[in-house]
Design a protein around this ligand. Structure first.
Ligand code: AMP
Ligand code: MG
Length: 345
């Protein structure tokens, strides 16, 4: 398949940000791969009981430093904070983070790491970057899918999104699980389209396009790997209501958006989990992936058909759940969701 020329001239107005995002994405994938290859993958457990690894902190530190250098004054809103590695309770993790970053910047110290990581504690404003350093940490640890997700949000709209999916190779209409960092980088600019390229080949970008499936019964559905991140009862009922024949594919992280954008899946569904410790969806879990699906021709809303509102702070507080589709199946999915909601009374 022939790649399209990159970058088209009409992307020029965003080129410094685009250029930056792509370089960052590849560096982040290198860091994640180094951690995967060389480290014990020691994990810490956050207050919400989710795990966090050396790679989460190292990639957030990388972004904190690089964004500050490239766009001084830009705000970063990211998943982690340095509190857990600051209190001296995780010396092994801090040592590993220092080792990874010292390969890029030999002068790296613990204090510098705290400063770079905590640059991600910014408050969303008119223009900010949002980052999930390792989206799908559980998948990263398990050997399944994970992603690094970075997006630029301006006046509540995602303008630019980049995803690395190091364990997902993408061709038009096809996504293949791969090992190490043989996977893909995906990028989208609002109004300009979405592309993917192999992580290891800087220039081979090809346009992403969603599937043309129109028949709900034939739809390929993707859902979170972890049952606790969604509501499997509601998902089962929707699958039944739409007459969907194949079992939903379980996948961690925004790799789910990547497979929809590539046309390898038709519907992505996320129901509110019954876990009370997890309040609302975080903006960094959706910003990059949602733009990539939209720019590949798909449609992304919440479960009520409302557009995602990225101006509500660090969470999507004004939305409930998530539906991403190839656009053709969106109406049928929303109708199915209404039907199962009415059924519940
Ligand atoms: P997924 O890969 O679809 O399982 O989504 C991963 C994301 O789910 C993580 O980055 C978390 O922000 C989020 N998450 C963690 N715990 C929960 C939970 N109990 N319910 C819903 N989402 C969660
Ligand atoms: Mg995440």
């Amino acid at each position: 398949m022939a790649g399209i020329p990159f970058f088209p001239m009409n992307l020029d107005h965003l080129s410094p940000e685009l250029d930056f995002a792509l370089k960052f994405a590849r560096q982040a994938a290198d860091v994640a791969f180094q951690v995967e290859r060389d480290m014990v993958l020691s994990t810490l457990t956050k207050d919400d009981r989710s795990p966090v690894t050396t790679a989460d902190f190292a990639i957030q530190a990388l972004a904190g430093r690089l964004i500050h250098e490239a766009f001084p004054g830009d705000i970063l809103v990211a998943e982690e904070s340095a509190a857990m590695i600051k209190d001296g309770k995780a010396p092994a993790s801090l040592e590993e983070i220092t080792k990874v970053l010292a390969r890029i910047w030999p002068e790296t110290t613990a204090d510098k790491i705290f400063e770079w990581v905590d640059r991600g504690t910014g408050v969303p404003g008119d223009r900010f970057w949002t980052l999930d350093p390792i989206d799908g940490t559980k998948g990263f640890i398990r050997g399944d899918q994970y992603a690094t997700a970075l997006a630029l949000v301006v006046k509540g709209e995602v303008q630019l999104g980049v995803l690395t999916c190091p364990r997902l190779a993408i061709e038009r209409g096809k996504a293949t699980v791969v090992r190490g960092n043989e996977g893909s980088v995906l990028i989208a600019c609002r109004g300009q389209g979405a592309w993917s390229a192999p992580l290891k080949n800087g220039t081979a970008f090809a346009a992403l396009a969603v599937s043309s499936a129109h028949d709900p019964s034939e739809a390929v559905v993707v859902r979170s790997y972890e049952d606790s991140h969604t509501n499997t009862d509601q998902l089962d009922r929707l699958v039944e209501a739409l007459g969907i024949q194949s079992a939903p594919v379980r996948m961690d992280s925004q790799a789910k958006y990547a497979v929809v954008a590539a046309g390898a899946a038709d519907l992505l569904l996320r129901f509110r989990s019954s876990n009370r410790q997890y309040d609302a969806a975080k903006i960094w879990d959706h910003a990059a992936g949602a733009l990539i699906v939209q720019e590949a021709g798909g449609c992304v809303t919440d479960l009520h058909g409302k557009p995602l509102d990225f101006s509500a702070g660090r969470t999507l507080a004004r939305n409930e759940g998530l539906l991403a589709s190839n656009r053709h199946l969106h109406g049928a999915a929303l109708a199915g969701l209404r039907a199962i909601a009415e059924d519940r009374g």
